[in-house]
Design a protein around this ligand. Structure first.
Ligand SMILES: Cc1ncc(COP(=O)(O)O)c(C=O)c1O
Ligand SMILES: [Zn+2]
Length: 399
């Protein structure tokens, strides 16, 4: 049994039954899962989490599944938060942390959304899932879909990282490359959904992926022993991660597990694709399509996010900000984190590190604040990022 009350539209507040399959609200907004938090608060205590399984399913009561037998898991979540003292010293932070989502199955935080999304789709009897992706979500959903025995149809930009393409292919997904951006892949998928009746699992077009990503927020709270950091920096593309973390913190606050001010939520984007930053700077509630989007951090190359208004709401409500960084800064941050912390992080995570650096310089972040950067994936998924120019020795040469 779950604690889900219904699906609710954050725009027009229409409600829908969660036992039926739904995508968007009739007003075209994403739908969010609404829980019976009073009942949840009475049923489960923080202390109950101790000794539970070390993956995201430890937060069972905050998740939308009815039956445990429907869990499709590859061991996702409960990733470590590392104290990044060396990097902190280099940048000027006294309390800098990196939550390393690269340790998830399929190498990125996308495993969280896929685990919960696929599990719930299985529970609802869905057999075929279709989605556009920047790459990593496709790899994750294909893997979980394979485990669940589902048919997966994936479309991604032709220049998406090779490894993400290979993950889809090896796990048996029908994989298409599109000469365009994720937004173009999305249009192709939407036409296929109409024609063939597939289930559309595009970012925020189904309500459960965000529930999986929400667990990053639950974990940050639990791993800091319910004493929240001052700021959370998140590399923002479709925005599901940042919206999810913010949703988790709201739910925890509502049941009294956390108190006091919530962290400033900071959306970091690439200069070559920064619709949310532009909207924030103009004080707007929604973003506009960002023309000519280009960055080496493909996961945050999303010219217009369906949930942009929710991202901006989290940023405004938390007293956070939105900041963009250049591709050169991203690449420099990949190398800096590897040299100082021994972590090969993905370019998206590196964008968040570069964002932290920028905000310290601008004075928005203070040196003694507790700052958490989300590294959303492993750099091992981006082998093309680092150029090699190594000496090749003859067999009997000395160095
Ligand atoms: C590694 C990585 N980081 C960040 C993102 C952006 O995620 P979100 O949609 O939660 O903003 C993506 C999306 O593809 C990604 O692959
Ligand atoms: Zn609505």
């Amino acid at each position: 049994m779950s604690f889900v009350r219904c699906l609710e539209c954050p725009k027009c507040h229409a409600t829908y039954s969660a036992s039926e399959v739904h995508n968007l609200c009739h007003c075209s907004s994403p739908l969010l899962v609404h829980y019976d938090l009073e009942r949840l608060e009475k049923t489960v205590k923080k202390e109950d989490l101790k000794g539970r399984r070390a993956d995201l399913w430890r937060y069972w009561e905050f998740l939308p599944l009815e039956k445990e037998e429907n869990i499709v898991s590859l061991g996702e979540g409960f990733t470590p938060i590392f104290t990044a003292n060396n990097l902190g010293r280099e940048l000027g932070f006294k309390h800098l942390y990196i939550k390393d989502e690269g340790l998830n199955p399929t190498g990125t935080f996308k495993a969280r959304g896929a685990a919960v999304g696929v599990s719930r789709a299985k529970e609802l009897g869905i057999k075929t899932i279709a989605m556009p992706t920047a790459g990593n979500a496709g790899g994750a959903w294909s893997s979980y879909g394979a485990k669940a025995g589902m048919e997966m149809i994936i479309a991604m930009p032709v220049d998406a990282p090779d490894l993400a393409k290979k993950e889809c292919v090896v796990s048996g997904a029908r994989t298409y490359l599109v000469k365009g951006l994720i937004s173009d892949a999305g249009k192709i998928i939407a036409r296929g959904v109409k024609k063939y009746g597939w289930f559309d699992a595009s970012t925020l077009k189904e309500p459960y992926r965000i529930e999986g990503k929400k667990t990053m927020g639950l974990e940050i709270a639990e791993q800091f022993n319910w004493e929240l950091p001052d700021a959370v920096l998140y590399p923002t593309g479709g925005g599901v991660g940042i919206i999810g973390i913010w949703k988790a913190l709201q739910e925890l606050k509502a049941i009294g597990w956390i108190k006091g001010p919530l962290p400033k939520m900071i959306a970091v984007q690439a200069e070559g694709c920064s619709p949310i930053v532009k909207a924030f700077q103009e004080g707007k509630k929604e973003s506009e399509f960002f023309e000519g989007a280009q960055t080496i951090a493909g996961g945050i190359r999303v010219p217009k996010a369906l949930g942009d208004f929710l991202v901006l709401e989290a940023v405004y409500e938390s007293g956070g900000t939105a900041v963009s960084v250049s591709d050169d800064e991203i690449l420099a941050a990949v190398k800096l984190v590897a040299r100082t912390e021994g972590m090969f992080i993905c370019p998206e995570g590196a964008a968040a590190v570069a964002g932290a650096q920028k905000l310290l310089t601008s004075g928005f972040l203070k040196p003694d604040e507790k700052v958490v950067v989300l590294n959303t994936g492993s750099g091992l998924k981006y082998p093309e990022l680092i150029n090699l120019d190594l000496p090749v020795l003859e067999k009997d040469t000395d160095i």
